[in-house]
Design a protein. Structure first.
Length: 735
């Protein structure tokens, strides 16, 4: 039976050791809850770090830990103290975390950290591979494991791999500053489905893929190394019923059952008429905007003194990553700010801020969520922010106001909250006032919408939707537009070739025999290619034809004395051995003078593009231009040209990073038909990579062996991945 394997940096377990005794408790975090349905259903394994350093465990203890972890259907990846320093604190939390949250000034680039990141990702891959078979589904989580999808895919291509990023994906302008940007993107592209919380993160990622790797994307699909990957947004939800039910239970508690914290909260609420509480809960992380929030609260008390002695701000900051210097500085800044503000406003009976720096049990979180009329959540950058969602879920009577930063992923789905810019103190102060004075009917109206959405799109639904999309990409792999050439098919091809009496081999040039280069003339044939072509040409009863969109002059220079048959400009000219060029089509070219100035205006406005003037066609090349700008301009140019040429016998066609205008009745299909009319072939082979080759694939008889380069929609029967595979295939004819 196929398995599902979940991989995250931390296991969903909390392990503690006291006097050599082990305690293992399931962790209650959002991810752990969300994945419960995936993890519990059928065969499933969760792989991650146990939270313990390898050095802390002697052989006996390690065995015990592994056994306890296995009991929970988990497997541990062992990390040493050095791994933690360099991989976890280093590359994960000193490079990726700050950079992906736009804290460039905190981002460090350390070669040693990067080496360790690669090493630990490899360690994770090893453990995953030990437990993985063909057909399994693997779901990798978050920024600590960006390289893992590729490492697994390389070894087990027949698995379905999903990847979800729980933090923002930054804009290309930020991401491009990373020295290891290509490696990280390639690592992620090992997945079949890539998920992000919001559409913005998704489009930032796609933009980096296009611009850095120069890989084409089509809407949310990426064709990469012969696979089609999907990228999509899946906003993570919460375990809605868990929070709602906990709140319902909470309200039923008798006085005696209440926690000490609850009693203190109640005492404040009863201390003055109209007393209210504002709550914020986060890990103590610089992305959460805690100092700004405190300053904004100070500004609020200055601007609206009528709230002094009535409103109390409860700030719960959970210790996090305290080995990283920025977190230590943040702790110090927060302590000082709280002290200063409390010192400034406190009276004998009132302190404006209650500050907790600790982790609290779940029951206390519920006490806080249910007792505070306002939640003030103001991250400067946050992938999602589940606290905002949890607060709303616990508001059983639908009252309460959420003030939420528009920089949190959650704001995209929580429009009914009061959204603020966390850097605008004026706006925060005014919004806090509005929140504290909001009529209860309005609160209920807003929260009704919010709760409906949270209930519908719970974390369980999130996980299910992701898995469903991943299964769909798996099925898509089976509906490939053409078949990959396997060694068996290759053998049939070579056998057929050997037996045939008269053979025709049609080869496209650019993108098939050679890779594209920025400037077309740089893609000249190399010695290896000449050798393959010469040897094929010398085979008995074999007509070797290079059929290309290139111009006559270039091909005369490269192949004029070689004796192969050449067809250029998509079928305008033919050259056979020892003969001169012969026109296959009679064409006009007066239209070129009219259209060229129009295309020139696009060249002027689109840096990196240029016009190639052929005898009977004009081509606008945009391979070197910024891919996004060029794509927009290409669409624009096509629209302009199509409207201009409607009465002419011209076509506008888009090739691989080129738009070409040429006579409608010239194409590689017509040209290859002419060759077929001249001779009786009992073996026909054609290979090419773009739309111009499709004419040829369609015109050739059914028995022809047609091959597309790259996994794209095609009329060809088979495909190979790249030019290297093309050369290997051609060499096969010779052996
Ligand atoms: P992040 O993932 O950046 O830490 P989120 O707001 O998305 O931020 O998630 C934080 C999670 O941690 C929430 O599910 C919240 O309930 C939980 N949490 C926050 N504070 C505490 C605490 N003091 N004790 C236990 N859990 C907490
Ligand atoms: C964020 C990250 C998680 C991480 C969590 C706690 O939510 O997206 O991957 O596990 O913070 O951070 P920690 O460094 O303690 O694992």
């Amino acid at each position: 039976m196929n398995k599902t394997i979940i991989v995250s940096n931390r296991l969903p377990l909390q392990i503690s050791i006291h006097n050599n005794n082990l305690a293992v408790n399931p962790s209650v975090g959002g991810l752990a809850t969300g994945m419960k349905s995936v993890h519990e259903g059928g065969e499933s394994l969760w792989i991650g770090w146990s939270g313990l350093k390898e050095e802390e465990l002697d052989a006996g203890l390690k065995k015990k830990v592994d056994a306890a972890i296995a009991q929970e259907n988990c497997a541990a990846v062992g990390l040493t103290g050095k791994d933690l320093d360099n991989f976890y604190y280093g590359f994960s939390n000193n490079t990726l975390w700050p950079m992906f949250h736009y804290f460039m000034e905190y981002t460090t680039f350390e070669g040693e950290h990067w080496e360790s990141y690669k090493e630990v990702n490899r360690k994770f891959a090893e453990t995953v591979l030990q437990h993985t078979d063909d057909g399994d589904t693997i779901w990798v989580h978050d920024y600590q494991l960006l390289l893992l999808p590729e490492l697994i895919k390389k070894e087990r291509p027949n698995t379905s791999i999903g990847f979800f990023l729980h933090i923002p994906f930054p804009s290309y302008e930020v991401f491009r500053t990373l020295p290891w940007r290509e490696e990280l993107l390639n690592g992620m592209l090992g997945a079949d489905l890539l998920g992000f919380h919001t559409y913005d993160y998704e489009r930032h990622f796609l933009s980096s893929v296009r611009r850095i790797l120069r890989v084409d994307t089509h809407f949310n699909e990426i064709s990469y190394q012969g696979r089609t990957l999907r990228v999509d947004s899946f906003p993570m939800g919460i375990d809605y019923n868990k929070f709602r039910n906990a709140a319902i239970t909470h309200y039923k508690k008798e006085e005696a059952q209440k926690s000490d914290l609850q009693k203190r909260l109640d005492a404040h609420l009863q201390s003055a008429p109209g007393a209210k509480m504002i709550l914020s809960i986060d890990r103590l992380d610089y992305t959460k905007g805690i100092p700004n929030r405190l300053r904004a609260f100070e500004y609020f008390l200055d601007k609206y003194p009528q709230f002094r002695e009535k409103v109390r701000f409860i700030l719960l900051a959970v210790p996090s990553r305290s080995n990283v210097p920025q977190y230590q500085r943040l702790k110090k800044d927060t302590d000082e700010l709280v002290g200063r503000i409390n010192g400034k406003f406190s009276t004998v009976s009132w302190t404006p801020i209650w500050y907790f720096y600790r982790s609290m049990p779940f029951e206390n979180l519920i006490d806080l969520y249910t007792s505070c009329e306002v939640a003030l959540i103001t991250p400067v950058r946050d992938g999602m922010n589940l606290v905002a969602k949890e607060y709303i879920a616990t508001r059983v009577d639908k009252d309460g106001v959420l003030v939420l930063s528009e920089m949190a992923g959650a704001s995209k789905e929580m429009n009914e909250a009061l959204l603020i810019n966390p850097n605008n103190f004026e706006q925060i102060a005014d919004t806090l006032k509005k929140a504290l004075e909001m009529p209860v009917e309005e609160q209920i109206e807003r929260n009704t919408f919010l709760q409906q959405r949270l209930e519908r799109y719970s974390v369980e639904k999130w996980a299910k939707e992701f898995m469903k999309a991943l299964q769909a990409t798996k099925q898509q792999h089976h509906v490939i537009v053409s078949k990959k050439i396997t060694p068996q098919i290759e053998q049939q091809l070579f056998d057929h070739y050997k037996k045939a009496k008269r053979k025709l081999i049609l080869l496209d040039y650019d993108g098939t025999l050679v890779n594209f280069t920025n400037i077309p003339k740089d893609a000249r044939p190399d010695e290896e290619l000449y050798h393959i072509l010469d040897t094929l040409h010398e085979q008995e009863n074999t007509d070797l034809v290079i059929i290309s969109g290139r111009d006559r002059e270039t091909f005369t220079k490269w192949f004029g004395d070689r004796g192969y048959t050449l067809i250029v400009e998509h079928g305008v000219w033919l050259k056979q051995k020892d003969k001169d060029w012969q026109a296959l089509e009679k064409l006009k070219k007066d239209w070129m003078n009219n259209l060229k100035p129009i295309i020139e205006t696009f060249v002027d406005r689109t840096p990196g593009t240029f016009i190639e003037e052929k005898n009977f066609s004009l081509a606008w090349h945009f391979r070197k231009a910024d891919p996004e700008l060029a794509q927009n301009r290409a669409t624009e140019l096509k629209t302009v040209l199509t409207s201009l040429i409607s009465n002419h016998e011209l076509s506008v066609l888009e090739g691989n990073k080129v738009i070409e205008i040429k006579s409608s009745n010239v194409n590689k299909g017509r040209a290859s038909s002419r060759l077929l009319a001249e001779n009786e072939y009992d073996f026909i082979f054609a290979i090419g990579d773009d739309w111009t080759d499709e004419y040829m694939f369609r015109e050739l008889p059914e028995e022809a062996f047609t091959v597309k380069v790259g996994l794209k929609e095609t009329s060809a029967k088979y495909y190979v991945e790249d030019t290297t595979s093309v050369r290997a295939l051609l060499n096969g004819f010779l052996s």
